[in-house]
Every structure is written in structure tokens, then in C-alpha cells.
Design a protein around this ligand. Structure first.
Ligand code: ZN
Ligand code: ZN
Length: 364
């Protein structure tokens, strides 16, 4: 099989330091596409894959939020051609499983099957590499099933479009699909990273009357306000009380948790008004046990829900997001706090661990 060496970020084993190394990429097989990446966002889920919070086979090439240009297409791919701009979709759907048949494509039971057939190898010793979250976007080029590729929207630079593949779809979907925020409702967003910033912008687009951002870092207030926050609360033991004070003692109509920690989920729940909705976007570990007493579940009448990939259908939502971008309602540049090269990813992981910054974007 023909191969071509490209540079990539590899997690060699769970918890091991990242390696920036040459990999051999196979030519695209039937139904596959080779993409040259223009940009890739560094998402907290990449960190979760590398530290074992999310389990995937290793060694793996990380990166799942990317956009680029088609280089070559495999046999049977007729809807894409070399030169086409594309956004990577790490959660492709089969269209036939039970969730897909109900329209819940983000829960596709078969989402991972095609990508498992694409095996890159380490250039130095030939070790097989798995595509981390299907698309292996932390590489100069990648080969993916055609189902992992969506046409890039017109009028949006590919470097911006990369963010559509995870953070923006997730944040927008949390507000519009999962929580279904209505105009005039109040919203609190916990965690001001890339997804949190996208969630704040989505709440603004939805016409929320008050948007409270919560984070442990005072340095994120400016970013949060630029993304639509009307109020900023520094996370503490009294966060829920402060949010109730900001909302006529009621609590917010909708709380969106973008952290994935038990204490934050519990605070988001307590910040939600009676009858309101608490939506958990953050991905936590099994050690994060959240407890509720039976009486409060009855008394508060709240809805607590999870949210996977924004409960979105990427093929339908990307054109909608593109319209918001072109109209100036969605500002992708405001999510990015750092432009880096591939070798800047380990430092970007450290910043995420320390809760610093918004999105770091790898520009190739
Ligand atoms: Zn992600
Ligand atoms: Zn399916």
C-alpha cells in the first residue's frame, strides 16, 4: 500500500506524554478521503482521551475538531473532489440503527465502525496507530471515511470552520437542541473554555435576557462578556446563591454545565429555577458521583439532561451556523485565545489542565 509520511501528535499510551512524530498514512481505500488539515482546535476531550477519562484504543493520533482540503478520494466517493473544503465530523451516523431511525444521529450506535479501518503507522518503527476520535485531526494530513466529512460552508475561512466540528456544534446544540432556550429566558453557563464560549454566544443568539458566566478564573471575564455574558460569577461555595440573587431569587431557567465535575453539576442544578432545565455538556470521569435526595427531585421539578455532541445533526446544523457567522451573530474568532503549531499542543494541554484560556487552534 502506498504511504506518505506526515507529522502528527500521538498519545503512545494512556497517561503518557504526547509525542510529535512522523506517521505513515495509507492511501484512501474505498469510501475514504484524504484531507490536508488547515486548522484543528484543541478540545478538552483530547485531554480526556490522553489521560484515560475517555477510553479509546492506543497508541492513537489525537485531534477531532478540524477542517481542511480534500487531497484525494478513494473508490466510490463521488460527492467530494480534490480541492473541496471540508469540516471533519467525528461522530458520523449510519442512518439505520435505532437512534438514527428516530433522528437521534448523535447517538448513532455504529458511529465508530468505519474509522476503525483506517490505520496509520508510526514512521520510525511501524507501530499501528488508531484514529483517536475517528478523524485524527492533529496531523498535517489524515485519511477518514467519507461519512466523517461535511462540506465546509461558503464564506467561512477553513481556519474558522475547524471550530464548527466540535466546540461550536456542541455549544450551539446544547442551547438550541438540548436545553431549547427560548427568547427572554435566563441562562447560566459553567466553564468558560472553548465550548463554554460557544454556549454563551448561542445563548445570545437564542435571545436570552440574562446570561451568567461562571468560571474559577477571574481572567476569563472579558472573554465571557465578549461572547455575550451579561454577568460574571467567580466560582465559589456561594455560586448558586449569587445566581439566584441575580435572577429575582428564582435561579436561571437554564443552566449549562461545560466542566464535567460533580461539584459543578450540583451547583448548576442548584442554580436552576424550580421547573427549569440543567444540561450537562462536560464529560466527567466515573469517579465524579453526583447525588440528589428524593425530596428535592420532586420539590424542584427540574429536568437534568445529558448532551452528546450538542444533540446535533451536523449536516443540518452546519449551514445554520454558517448563516449566523455570515450575519455576524456568531464570532468564531472570539473563541480562539491562542494560535499554535502542532508542537504547541502539549503546552495547550497544560493550559487546559490549569483552566487557562479559551480555544487553542493549531494552524497548519
Ligand atoms: Zn471536542
Ligand atoms: Zn446509526
Amino acid at each position: 500500500m502506498a504511504v506518505r509520511a506526515v507529522r502528527a501528535v500521538v498519545v503512545p499510551a494512556v497517561g503518557a506524554p504526547l509525542e510529535i512524530t512522523g506517521i505513515d498514512l495509507p492511501d484512501p481505500g474505498p469510501g475514504q478521503v484524504r484531507i490536508r488539515l488547515a486548522a484543528a482546535g484543541v478540545c478538552h476531550s483530547d485531554l480526556s482521551l490522553s489521560d484515560g477519562t475517555l477510553r479509546v484504543p492506543v497508541p492513537a493520533v489525537l485531534g477531532h475538531e478540524g477542517a481542511g482540503t480534500v487531497v484525494t478520494v478513494g473508490e466510490g466517493v463521488t460527492h467530494l473532489a480534490p480541492g473541496d473544503g471540508v469540516v471533519l465530523n467525528w461522530a458520523p451516523s449510519c442512518g439505520t440503527c435505532h437512534p438514527c431511525s428516530l433522528g437521534e444521529v448523535w447517538l448513532c450506535a455504529d458511529a465508530l465502525s468505519g474509522a476503525a479501518d483506517v490505520h496509520a503507522h508510526r514512521a520510525d518503527d511501524g507501530t499501528g496507530l488508531h484514529p483517536g476520535l475517528n478523524v485524527a485531526a492533529f496531523a498535517e494530513e489524515t485519511v477518514v471515511p467519507a461519512s466523517c466529512v461535511l462540506p465546509a460552508p461558503d464564506g467561512v475561512p477553513l481556519t474558522d470552520a475547524a471550530l464548527l466540528g466540535c466546540a461550536v456544534l456542541t455549544g450551539y446544540g446544547a442551547v438550541h437542541h438540548a436545553a431549547k432556550v427560548r427568547p427572554g429566558e435566563t441562562v447560566a453557563v459553567f466553564g468558560v473554555g472553548g465550548v463554554g464560549l460557544a454556549t454563551l454566544q448561542a445563548a445570545r443568539i437564542a435571545g436570552a435576557s440574562k446570561i451568567v458566566a461562571v468560571d474559577v478564573s477571574p481572567e476569563k471575564e472579558e472573554l465571557a462578556r465578549a461572547a455575550g455574558a451579561t454577568d460574571y460569577v467567580l466560582a465559589s461555595d456561594t455560586t448558586a446563591r449569587e445566581i439566584r440573587a441575580l435572577t429575582g431569587k428564582q435561579g436561571v431557567d437554564v443552566a449549562v454545565e461545560c466542566v464535567g465535575r460533580a461539584v459543578t453539576i450540583r451547583t448548576a442544578w442548584e442554580s436552576t429555577r424550580r421547573g427549569g432545565r440543567t444540561t450537562v455538556v462536560g464529560i466527567g470521569g466515573k469517579d465524579q458521583q453526583v447525588t440528589f435526595n428524593a425530596l428535592e427531585i420532586f420539590h424542584w421539578g427540574r429536568t437534568l439532561s445529558g448532551c452528546v455532541y450538542g444533540n446535533a445533526n451536523p449536516a443540518e446544523d452546519l449551514p445554520v451556523l454558517a448563516e449566523h457567522i455570515r450575519a455576524g451573530r456568531l464570532d468564531l474568532g472570539a473563541l480562539v485565545t491562542e494560535h499554535i503549531a502542532l508542537d504547541g499542543i502539549p503546552a495547550a494541554f497544560e493550559n487546559m489542565r490549569a483552566g487557562k484560556g479559551g480555544r487553542a487552534l493549531v494552524v497548519f
